[in-house]
Design a protein around this ligand. Sequence first.
Ligand SMILES: Cc1cc2nc3c(=O)[nH]c(=O)nc-3n(C[C@H](O)[C@H](O)[C@H](O)COP(=O)(O)OP(=O)(O)OC[C@H]3O[C@@H](n4cnc5c(N)ncnc54)[C@H](O)[C@@H]3O)c2cc1C
Length: 376
Amino acid sequence: MRDVVVVGASIAGVTAASALRAEGYRGRLTVLSEESRPPYSRVPLSKGVLGGTQAPETTALPALPDDVELRLGSRATALHTERHLVELEDGDPVPYDGLVIATGSRARRLGAPGQGGELVVRTLEDAEAIASRVPGARTALVVGGGFLGMEVASTLNRHGLAVTVVDRDPPLRRLVGSWLADLVVARARAEGITFASAPDGVALVGDPVRGAAVAGGGELHADIVVSAVGDLPNVEWLQSSGLTVAGGLVVDASCRVAQDVVAAGDVTVVEVSPGVFRREPHWTSAVVQARAAALTLLHGAGEPYQPDHYFWTEQFGLDLKMAGHLPFTGAPRVSAGDPASGSALMAWFEGERCVGAVAMNHRMPVVRLKAMARAA
Ligand SMILES: Cc1cc2nc3c(=O)[nH]c(=O)nc-3n(C[C@H](O)[C@H](O)[C@H](O)COP(=O)(O)OP(=O)(O)OC[C@H]3O[C@@H](n4cnc5c(N)ncnc54)[C@H](O)[C@@H]3O)c2cc1C
């Protein structure tokens, strides 16, 4: 293989490119990014960058090796697997011998097409746009009580805004289970967050967006309205490629999607049982999968990708590291600290089998936390 192309230059694409070099690949390596900024981490966007306490430059990912060509502003628009070509929006088609697809996902929006003013947090520009409005705002409405919505609420609240979170489901419950969700929500309430329930869903009102309409004809208004209602894998450019898409690009156990083509990160789904596809749109999954994808591209069969099942979030003064199969059912066994005080090490069991572990403001090393959750 003499010519490898990586499409997407976020954590999955950058990790795959670095892993290819680390594994001894010495041929041409080109990374295509539709973004105009050098690769950066999205993790601080909903935390320090949104609140204006972390400078955008500090989000930069470690530089790619010198002999990797990074082409910014290069958006892939189509893939021809038989001809081994990536088409670009602007520029000549790029040939490849091996291809890594790492085009991630984008924020889902609630607003009607063309409706202005809906704020989301996916890119550095998104976070900067919100941060620039914080000083002049008094109230914020966050639509969506998932990890991202709760982090955004926490950050805006810490910067003095009165924040309401509205969701059709109880915040975090579907993601982490009732016990842990209730604990975090109680903490959020104590910090002044208001929660609104909209069992029939939420629609944005106004153009530009001024607020959200909830069940029963009620409307919530705020100076800033942020949608945090999930993400959509960037697969449209693959439409005519013949690759299988089922809520994301389907990868096999070795991250392969076709001859000479692998994929990693938020763009992918894995078939966990016949016809059932699962996404793991988290940082460590993207890293682990990107390494596995690079090995597969170089060595053929590669090593089977082992999902990491690890995630962390920071909100309302809680640093939560979670390993295992979310959501967790019932109450945990507490092996250190006290959850009510905001610092604890907890584990969830099915019978005598540990199925999940959470370190909350606790110094347990991540590898040990993961090992705990894998304990038979
Ligand atoms: C605000 C925020 C906070 C987060 N916080 C956490 C956290 O605390 N913990 C955690 O575990 N995870 C967190 N995550 C999730 C984590 O950041 C993602 O899982 C990770 O970014 C996925 O990386 P990726 O490389 O697969 O995709 P992405 O980061 O989505 O990057 C894909 C890249 O491909 C580019 N691209 C897309 N289409 C094309 C195309 N056609 N041509 C060229 N380039 C293209 C995109 O512009 C983008 O640069 C957070 C995510 C966000 C948005």
